[in-house]
Design a protein. Sequence first.
Length: 148
Amino acid sequence: MDDRVKKIDKPEKCEIFAKNCIERGREDLAQEARERAVQLRAEAYGAKTEAEREALEAVYAYEEVLSAKNGKKTRAGRTWQMITRHGIIGAVERAVNRPTETQGYTALVEMGLEDYAFENVILRYPSLFSEQAVQISRERIEQWQNSY
């Protein structure tokens, strides 16, 4: 990560930096600034473990995608409701165990944020999730890799 991006201490500053980078044709730095904003938001939430932090980063990355798609700041309202009810790890488990894949993977890929998909978080921390969630995640990631 570029030193200028590492020094940014607020997500709002990351957004401004990213916007300026895009105007100057530096999509690479804009991407780093978006990722830094995701990291800062997850840190501020107060995750207790690395897995929780990464799962929160996934939620914030998805919000970045939604915001870019909608042209305005957009929250992942249903996901936050699940986090409130079931905790971050429980919410990730429930989201992935749905019959249809989690929304937004294609959009995450388009923004270069595919590592933030819930399925990738589950595969990095399989011991925290059910075997069913791990299996579903493996199958989806394999399917996505074959289609991109």
